[in-house]
Write a protein that binds this ligand. Structure first.
Ligand code: ADP
Length: 472
């Protein structure tokens, strides 16, 4: 509290007392008052004036204290407007109290705004960096600290992000460009792609911030974009190969081999094979796109797995017979599964067809279905009771490192072998997406030299999920 100094008080007293003293002196000079009476009157007036001045100065000091508090502790008590008025300025207490109240309201509003700005910055899932005029990081939100591992405030931007295109854009914005958008890749064990938005503030903020750098991780969409491009390139390549071969044969048949009936029969045979290959590919592409389209709509029907397995196997018997292979069934009384019969027929067809293609000639293919009752490991993985359908062949098996990629479109362990056997490279991708739609799982166990077991695990019809968090 800044009290009124004694000198100031004395000067104020002298100013207040001066008119009364002048009147008393004038009265004495005029003979209307004698000196002793004037002295007594002067003393009484001074005493009373001193009392009033002291009281007034105390109120002024209290007001001063309240005004000082406006700049610091906004919770300091307000001057009480009605209890003690400042006698010389009766409205002053109330005005100061009102001012203090308004100021307090504004400070509270400001604090709330700052707190909500802070909360937004903290909750923002994308990294955000605030930069000063030298490109130094003034502040970073938690998402940025997580992405760039560690405290960032005070660091130069190039020590965190070294991409030249980004740094050039930052320089441009700090030098006056209104805003820029830059895409860049941050190398590392796992490369990340970002879209960076830069904006310049109209004037530097009190903390020195002049530009805002907001980063959005576009790694997933880039990957999807790449996958789409790869898919189109692969599909075109797969179609172009038989097409080129067909065109070549057509040209030969129209030219050199026009009259050669032997060659014509042979060529027509090959042409038929190539056309069939294209037809299989188009059929698989259409299946895949249809399944993907409905992947998020679970099927409503219920399917008798055992009957479906027998019917699918019957259609593949000619191929199996050609390789002298036999189907052995072990599908006792299993409950119906929740699913779409056509989709599941294709799943089983692809698995059994692969077993025929990649199994050893003369060997057995075991087709089994067993219950995965509540409490079993499989049911726990599925999140509800189910049925596990497995197709086991006696082929060469698949080395462990290839297993994670088997369900990718067009991925083959041995592309030439797959093509020779009529494969499209899409069979297991169709299986995976179809099982996704059925909320099922695919297990692959394929010890090299022993053979492969592909197991589709499907939820039993009419069973609801026990624990949605179980399934990955
Ligand atoms: P493809 O049309 O080439 O058979 P798939 O998507 O059905 O395509 O299978 C992908 C790859 O997985 C195959 O090319 C093959 O290398 C491997 N594969 C699939 N099933 C088996 C199996 N039963 N035994 C050995 N390898 C298999």
């Amino acid at each position: 509290m800044r009290a009124v100094s004694p000198v100031d008080a004395l000067i104020a007293f002298a100013f207040l007392a001066a008119p009364a003293v002048a009147v008393l002196v004038a009265l004495v000079i005029a003979g209307a008052l004698d000196w002793p009476a004037a002295l007594i009157a002067g003393l009484v007036i001074s005493f009373l004036m001193g009392l009033v001045l002291r009281w007034h100065l105390r109120r002024v000091a209290t007001l001063q204290q309240a005004i000082d508090a406006l700049g610091g502790d906004i919770e300091a008590p307000l001057p009480t407007a009605h209890a003690q008025r400042t006698p010389l300025c009766p409205g002053l207490d109330a005005a100061v109290a009102e001012m203090a109240r308004e100021r307090r309201r504004q400070r509270h509003a400001l604090q709330e705004t700052v707190a909500s700005g802070e909360a937004i910055l903290t909750a923002l899932p994308d990294p955000l960096l605030l930069l000063d005029e030298d490109g130094r990081i003034v502040r970073a939100n938690p998402a940025a600290m997580e992405a760039f591992e560690g405290p960032l405030a005070g660091r130069d931007l190039p020590s965190v992000l070294r991409n030249p295109a980004l740094l050039a854009a930052v320089d441009g914005v700090l030098q006056g460009d209104a805003g820029r958008v830059v895409e860049f890749t941050r190398p590392g064990p796992v490369a990340h792609h970002y879209s960076a938005r830069l904006a310049r503030l109209p004037a530097p903020a009190p903390d020195g911030t002049l530009a805002v750098l907001a980063l959005h991780d576009i790694t997933t969409s880039k990957r999807i974009e790449q996958m789409r491009a790869d898919f189109i390139a692969n599909a075109s390549h797969e179609l172009r190969t038989p097409l080129t071969s067909l065109l070549g044969f057509i040209e030969t048949l129209q030219g050199a081999a026009r009259e050669d009936t032997d060659a014509r029969d042979r060529f027509l045979g090959v042409m038929r094979e190539q056309a069939e290959r294209m037809s299989r590919l188009v059929k698989d592409l259409l299946s895949l796109s249809r399944i993907e389209l409905h992947e998020h709509t679970p099927p409503r029907g219920s399917v008798d797995v055992s009957a479906l397995l027998h019917s699918v196997a019957r259609t593949l018997e000619p191929q199996a017979r050609e390789k002298n292979m036999t189907f052995v069934f072990d599908a006792p009384d299993v409950p119906a599964v929740a699913g779409d019969a056509d989709d599941l027929a294709q799943v089983f067809q692809n698995l059994i067809d692969n077993a025929v293609k990649y199994g050893r000639a003369g060997s057995e293919i075991r087709i089994a279905a067993r219950r995965a009752d509540a409490g079993s490991t499989l049911a726990r993985r599925l999140g509800r009771p189910g049925v596990a359908v497995s197709v086991a062949d006696r082929g060469e098996g698949i080395a462990r490192e290839y297993l994670p990629r088997l369900t990718e479109r067009f991925y083959r362990v041995d592309a030439a072998r797959s093509r020779k056997l009529g494969g499209t490279g899409l069979g297991l991708a169709i299986v995976k997406h179809s099982l996704n739609r059925h909320r099922g799982l695919l297990d692959i166990d394929s010890p090299v030299g022993e053979g492969s077991v592909f197991t589709a695990i499907l939820p039993t019809a009419g069973e609801s999920r026990s624990d949605p968090s179980d399934k990955k």
